[in-house]
Design a protein around this ligand. Structure first.
Ligand SMILES: Nc1ncnc2c1ncn2[C@@H]1O[C@H](COP(=O)(O)OP(=O)(O)OP(=O)(O)O)[C@@H](O)[C@H]1O
Length: 222
């Protein structure tokens, strides 16, 4: 069996000096190329777990390892964000005044990559995500579904190993949400990228390779 790309071992996390216990003894392994759902109700702890995987927050106990890096260590955390992980949020977090193309080029500045490589990736990804014809439009001129496809494009620009997606279809209506989800999945498969997606919607969870149910901070594979 492959080495897991993400290994979470006996992790716990609370807020407010321990008054709000969010994750309790969470362990899971995710393998390269898998598309995995963290499925659970609002407030169950999905976002908190994604944040620990992406180094946006630190666990109180236990360990998280992402492609050999420890997000709790500052030097690893920087590399993790620059090289290994891409984020897609429910609200796309794009810069409204910049164009689609300019938003997607932000990771070039952040990672100090090669412009020609980024140009080629932009061409390929924007075509695959069917937003290439909107290249020079500003984000504020795009529809919700288009914005979310741009967010996916941007998240993949630096060729991360893992995409952490937090309710990526949450702000979209049903049909558009399905299209965006299918495009996210297809693009990830083509790129060999691992996806960990938080969702409260059973139908999206069931369309993933594996489902981890998150309930009151306890995680169980279904
Ligand atoms: N920074 C924080 N300070 C205090 N409490 C927090 C903090 N972040 C999250 N929580 C609490 O932790 C619990 C889990 O939140 P989390 O956002 O992980 O859930 P979720 O499953 O992603 O929910 P949703 O689907 O609504 O985003 C909630 O009760 C939330 O209020």
């Amino acid at each position: 069996m492959d080495t897991p790309v993400i290994k979470v071992s006996q992790v716990c996390k609370s807020f407010d000096d321990g008054k709000i216990q969010v994750l309790a003894d969470v362990s899971l392994e995710i393998y390269p190329g898998e598309i995995v759902a963290l499925w659970g109700a609002s407030g169950s702890g999905k976002t908190t777990l994604l944040h620990l995987m992406g180094g946006l927050d630190a666990a109180d106990c236990g360990s998280v390892v992402v492609d050999g890096l420890d997000p709790a260590e500052e030097k690893d955390r920087l590399r993790l964000r620059r090289e290994k992980v891409g984020f897609v949020f429910q609200l796309h977090n794009l810069i409204a005044d910049l164009t689609l193309y300019e938003n997607c080029m932000i990771p070039l500045v952040a990672t100090g990559g090669d412009r020609a490589v980024f140009e080629e990736r932009f061409r390929k990804l924007s075509e695959h995500l069917e937003v290439d014809h909107r290249k020079d439009r500003r984000i504020q001129e795009l529809s919700g579904g288009e914005r979310q496809r741009v967010a996916i494009c941007r998240a993949l620009m630096h060729s991360p190993r893992v995409i952490l997606a937090d309710e990526p279809t949450g702000s979209l209506d049903e049909k558009v949400g399905e299209t965006v989800f299918e495009l996210l999945k297809e693009t990830a498969r083509q790129e060999g990228v691992t996806i960990v997606m938080a969702t409260h919607e059973r139908r999206f969870a069931e369309a993933c390779d594996r489902i981890f149910q998150v309930r009151s901070g306890v995680v169980k594979e279904l």
